[in-house]
Write a protein that binds this ligand. Structure first.
Ligand SMILES: [Zn+2]
Length: 287
């Protein structure tokens, strides 16, 4: 059964580790992440962007697939199905469809509007037992066509949103979605400490987890980050393995064109990438 992310994140904050949010794109992604979580006895959050939701045939399709897979594959670790960077309308839709967690991203609104809309989503989500992630300021890089600049969230604004009763809070500390540019300055730990100081026990979320050096990940966790989002890294791993298979001409040998064979190397690559992240984040054996 899908669970809210609240308990797993509060445990992570207390135990000084982080739970990974791995964004899914299709059946292979979902199965790879769920099986790896089970094999490593780790809690896990499946992230779904609005774009990926549309791609997979709608939120109800995803809820059906995830619930069915958890039952059939005997997935017993805590799993949360979470909307990533949701709009107000998107958040309402996934609550209705059966997700167990939702991010309402009001970071592009003025703070008053962000507070107003986040408050409404919390009220609706809480009635159904869902966890809620809110965001302050903008996080850089590209996500579904939206580009930002590695911004730093304002601590006072973070405090206002944290006080609304959100389960978890995403705040920019120089992190970027997608691949990091070579001239990237790194995470701003002074900003993170300032945000942590005024947001109390609210687990903080680090978006853009692809390509952040391990030492920075560990320092972020020690300063209160309890959820780390990983998306691009799995896409790169999948693409690289699939490319190798095709370039080696394996799809032309025997029944190598069978999707179950063609997609197998990419599937294995996603599993390896997820395992590596779970080990780095410290969530192995924390289910
Ligand atoms: Zn994000």
């Amino acid at each position: 059964m899908l669970v809210s992310a609240k308990e797993m994140l509060n445990k992570a904050l207390e135990g000084k580790y982080a739970v990974g949010q791995f964004n899914i794109n299709n059946l292979e992604w979902t199965k790879a992440v769920l099986l790896t979580a089970q094999e490593n006895n780790s809690p896990v959050i499946l992230g779904v962007s609005e774009g990926a939701g549309k791609y997979m045939g709608g939120y109800k399709t995803i809820v059906g697939m995830v619930n069915g897979m958890m039952e059939e594959l005997n997935i017993t670790v805590p799993v949360s199905l979470h909307l990533d960077h949701g709009s107000y309308e998107g958040a309402l839709k996934v609550i209705e469809a059966g997700f167990s967690s939702v991010m309402f991203d009001g970071s592009h609104y003025a703070i008053d509007e962000n507070i107003k809309k986040t408050t409404q989503i919390i009220k609706i989500a809480e009635e159904k037992g869902l966890s809620v992630e809110a965001e302050v300021g903008s996080i850089g890089g590209e996500e579904d066509g939206v580009v930002g600049n590695g911004e730093i969230a304002d601590a006072a604004e973070c405090q206002l949103i944290a006080n609304l009763g959100v389960t978890m809070l995403a705040a920019g500390i120089g992190n970027i979605h997608g691949k990091y540019p070579e001239n990237w300055k790194g995470l701003d730990f002074t900003a993170l400490a300032a945000i942590k100081a005024v947001t109390g026990d609210v687990p903080l979320v680090l978006h853009g987890g692809t390509g952040i050096p391990e030492s920075m990940i560990k320092e972020a966790i020690s300063l209160g980050v309890a959820k780390i989002n990983v998306n691009t890294e799995l896409q790169l791993a999948f693409a690289e393995s699939t490319r190798k298979y095709v370039e080696a001409g394996k799809d032309l040998q025997g029944k190598g064109f069978d999707p179950r064979k063609l997609l197998a190397p990419g599937f294995a690559a996603i599993k390896a990438a997820v395992k590596e992240k779970m080990e780095l984040f410290g969530s192995v054996n924390k289910a």
